[in-house]
Ligand binder design. Structure first.
Ligand code: GDP
Ligand code: MG
Length: 546
């Protein structure tokens, strides 16, 4: 039996640790983690329930005492180990060695977090290690107020509800609704809110407090609630008795209060059967809560694994878009720059050669563009050729007729022939220069656009590339004459290698836009964190607890 208990406790601890670790990694900012949220109307007994569960005195009083969500991480330790707690919020963290320090520390934390506001959503985390506590993590939320009292702001009710809603609307949250037996269950705001977000009562557990304060003869109505006859909840209700005002005045310890609870239940003919059925007492409540929480975690783990995997892929894609991380040391940076420029130049070559390795916009396909331009040009030349023939023939005939010299019949003077051709070529010169200019413009435009794509995070590199292209593009008409568009790409490659790699200022070319760098760092951080969370899930190899 002891072995079974140990194994069970170990498993429970493992499950709860996974969630605690995920929360400390900040995973809860991206994903909702399974948790138990404690909600209730003001003075319903929330703090009393929590302190009975946690073995720690929490702040109490009238009005809104809880002003921030309080995460209570309870860890059961061996009997002979000392009680210990740790409070943390924002950058603050402090170890407490005595339970009496807790209340002041929480009040101090709340004052800091709600400095100029009435309610804050910032979390205070309190980890308690005690031999008198179950393994459980719960979140205590501010009580629901109906009307603002004293110097509370008018919208306090709205603020509180908003905060509570943010927790209970998540499907992963188990809603623990604290309802005093002294109140008409139908009028409790907390139960109404729980019903709003969990209409079938799938993840809501009711806790009935103050059974010792009800009027004699009204016990039946409480039994009806517990038998799920009034507001049915799939997880049902549990009746507990906390420390009342008398016990507080008498400074009754938590363990004495727990004993008193059992005595009270046993002495009541109405409530004794509830104890026997396991639907009354703190002992049953903490057992039930632990079971519910680990079941919730077990159901959630596979979903989480999948969600983490998807998120990792998403972030990886974003990182890929941002480009590779730039190395730190000078030699590696040079190599990196070299590599970047080479990739760029290779792409230029493939664009001018028509050896497209990607699905490019037609705009960028220089090879196709030049083929189109040149075939237009050749058509034009064909027409010109016919005209040239006609004109030349008539000129020659004219010459033959009127200025025939000593040439043999059928032979035209070379001088005449030359002047005819020269005239024709003169006519073709302006359109051919125009054609070259258009081609050069196109090359300039595409090479610059590609430069922008390749080096978009490096403004200096873009500028340097642009200057090189603007200068070299004047060579296009010349190299075109030799069908050497690709030579131009090679020339750019050479030029860039020479200009950039041998320059002492080459390092500055890798200066990134600052926000890109920050964005990459942020994404890399969250990627590392998600991967950590994933490996955590995998390493635990947790099987379902049935
Ligand atoms: P909260 O505002 O919901 O946190 O309520 P508290 O836990 O501060 O409880 C309000 C008052 O009800 C306190 O004076 C408690 O001592 C008292 N109280 C809570 N539970 C019980 C109970 O089961 N029996 C008795 N007699 N008093 C209780
Ligand atoms: Mg309270």
């Amino acid at each position: 039996m002891a072995v079974f208990c140990d194994k069970y406790e170990e498993k429970v601890r493992t499950y709860i640790n996974v969630i605690d670790e995920m929360r400390s990694m900040g995973i809860d900012k991206e994903f909702s983690l399974p948790t138990i949220a404690v909600i209730g109307d003001q003075s319903s007994g929330k703090s009393s329930v929590l302190e009975m569960l946690s073995d720690v005195g929490l702040p109490r009083g009238t009005g809104v005492v809880t002003r921030c969500p309080l995460e209570l991480k309870l860890k059961k330790i061996e009997e002979n180990k000392p009680w210990k707690a740790q409070i943390s919020y924002r950058d603050y963290s402090r170890t407490l060695n005595h339970a009496s320090q807790v209340e002041d520390e929480i009040l101090k934390a709340q004052d800091i977090l709600t400095e100029s506001i009435s309610i804050s959503s910032e979390l205070i985390s309190l980890q308690v290690e005690s031999s008198n506590t179950p393994d459980l993590t719960l979140i205590d939320l501010p009580g629901i107020t109906r009307v603002a009292i004293g110097n509370q702001p008018q919208d306090i009710g709205k603020l509180t509800k908003g905060l509570i809603r943010s927790y209970i609307q998540r499907k992963e949250t188990i809603i623990l609704v604290v309802i005093p037996c002294t109140m008409d269950i139908a009028t409790t705001e907390a139960l109404k809110m729980a019903h709003e977000f969990d209409p079938d009562g799938e993840r809501t557990l009711g806790v009935l407090t103050k059974p010792d304060l009800i009027d004699k003869g009204t016990e039946e109505s409480i039994l009806n609630i517990i038998e799920n006859k009034v507001v049915p909840l799939k997880k049902g209700y549990i009746l507990v008795k906390c420390r009342g005002q008398n016990e507080l005045n008498a400074n009754t310890t938590m363990s004495a209060a727990l004993e008193e609870e059992i005595t009270f239940l046993k002495n009541s003919s109405h409530f004794r059967p509830l104890l026997e059925k396991g639907v009354a007492s703190f002992e049953h409540l903490s057992e039930k809560l632990t079971n519910e929480l680990i079941q919730q975690i077990a159901n959630w783990l596979p979903i989480m694994e999948e969600a983490l995997r998807e998120k990792v892929v998403e972030i990886q894609n974003k990182l890929d878009e941002l480009g590779t991380n730039i190395p730190g040391d000078a030699q590696a940076r040079k190599l990196f720059l070299n590599c970047k420029i080479l990739t760029y130049c290779e792409e230029l070559t493939s664009l001018v050669m028509g050896d497209y390795k990607k699905d490019y916009d037609n705009e960028k396909k220089i090879c196709d563009y030049s083929r189109r331009v040149f075939s237009g040009w050749y058509n034009k030349l064909e027409i010109e050729k016919v005209r040239l023939n006609d004109e030349a023939m008539s000129k020659v005939r004219f010459h033959d007729k009127y200025s025939q010299g000593r040439e043999l019949p059928g032979f035209t003077k070379y001088r005449v022939f030359e002047s005819v051709i020269r005239e024709q070529i003169q006519k073709l010169l302006p359109p051919s220069l125009q054609l070259m200019k258009e081609l050069a413009d196109k090359v300039q435009q595409v090479f610059n656009a590609m430069g922008f794509e390749h080096f978009q995070n490096f403004p200096n590199l873009i500028l340097a590339t642009k200057i090189a292209i603007d200068r070299l593009v004047q060579m296009v008409p010349m190299v075109t004459r030799y069908h050497l568009l690709q030579e131009f790409a090679n020339q750019v490659k050479l030029e860039m290698a020479q200009t950039f790699l041998n320059e002492s200022g080459a390092d500055g070319l890798l200066d990134e836009h600052a926000d890109i760098k920050r964005k990459r760092e942020r994404l890399t951080d969250s990627l590392n964190q998600l991967n950590k969370a994933r490996s955590l899930l995998m390493a635990k190899e947790i099987s379902r607890v049935q």
